[in-house]
Design a protein around this ligand. Structure first.
Ligand SMILES: NC(=O)c1ccc[n+]([C@@H]2O[C@H](COP(=O)([O-])OP(=O)(O)OC[C@H]3O[C@@H](n4cnc5c(N)ncnc54)[C@H](OP(=O)(O)O)[C@@H]3O)[C@@H](O)[C@H]2O)c1
Length: 261
């Protein structure tokens, strides 16, 4: 067997990658990464028009924008199938979209907590649809879940005190659970040639984040700074492509060393 070159391993030409929340802070950079690596990108948003605009702005041709709301389990399957019909095949699923929660442990209601965990339900439903689709095609598949450093370590209360609500307890519960759902699905789907991995960013605040909080997070970071969205581009292409063909059930943490302390 001839050895693949590094260019071939990272090349996504001929693959179609669905990325949810592709209009967001990190999702838009990761969508560009997938497109730059040669994939046809199926970029989704809850708003179809916004998705279409973002897909049209990606480098390369043939990208498609579609509506998808993983918090509505009764319609998400139809949305997935409609999007699939528009592109013909999907090889990679990046479960990046995320319904956020502003309430920390002091104010969160039971209903809000439960709803937040519903993000995981949506990612699971989509992941299983992708798995069934690629198995039916007898093709390999790659699923990427977005975890977080906060799925691995506790909050850093000092960063938020007096500035904004702390990182939500339901968020920590969700992200920790996603890292473990990754392992569970990877084991069940390994022989189906469907890999499941988790990409866990550390602090990548958008411009909208409170400056005082960002400053405090920087003092806690071993690298002394926040992550830039483009610093996830290499990792997402790695996980989506044959460059990670023997990797499944793992959590890849990109956090400037936050969890290394
Ligand atoms: N930024 C960070 O520091 C950081 C750190 C660790 C982990 N993460 C994770 O990285 C992912 C992206 O985060 P981000 O910072 O880029 O957040 P973001 O800018 O808020 O993007 C998330 C996107 O998710 C979409 N979304 C919201 N509700 C949805 C739903 N019900 N169904 C489908 N999509 C939905 C929204 O797009 P539409 O309005 O267009 O639907 C939104 O733009 C998330 O999973 C987040 O938890 C981020």
């Amino acid at each position: 067997m001839s050895e693949a070159t590094i260019q071939q391993l990272f090349d996504l030409t001929g693959k179609t990658a669905l990325i949810s929340g592709g209009t967001g802070h990190l999702g838009s950079a990761m969508a560009r990464a997938l497109a730059e690596a040669g994939a046809r990108v199926l970029l989704t948003s809850r708003d179809e028009h916004r998705a279409q605009e973002a897909a049209a702005a990606l480098p390369g041709k043939g990208h498609v924008g579609a509506a998808l709301d993983h918090m509505q389990p009764d319609i998400v399957e139809k949305q997935f199938r409609d999007a699939l019909a528009a592109v013909g095949q999907i090889d990679v699923l990046v479960n990046n979209g995320h319904e956020a929660l502003g309430n920390d442990w002091t104010t969160v209601t039971a209903e809000q907590f439960t709803r937040h965990l519903g993000n995981a339900t949506g990612y699971f439903v989509l992941s299983r649809l992708l798995r069934d689709h690629v198995v039916q095609r007898n093709a390999p598949g790659s699923v990427v879940l977005l975890g977080s450093m906060y799925g691995q370590v506790a909050s850093y209360p000092d960063a938020y005190a007096g500035v904004c609500p702390g990182s939500p307890v339901a968020y920590h519960t969700l992200k920790g659970g996603l890292i473990h759902m990754t392992r569970h699905l990877a084991v069940y789907w390994g022989k189906d040639n469907v890999r499941v991995n988790c990409l866990s960013p550390g602090p990548f605040p958008s411009e909208k984040a409170p400056a005082a909080m960002v400053e405090r997070l920087c003092t806690k970071s071993p690298m002394g700074r926040m992550g830039h969205a483009e610093e996830l581009k290499g990792a997402i292409v790695f996980l989506a492509s044959a460059a990670s063909s023997y990797m499944t059930g793992q959590n890849l943490t990109i956090d400037g060393g936050w969890t290394a302390w």
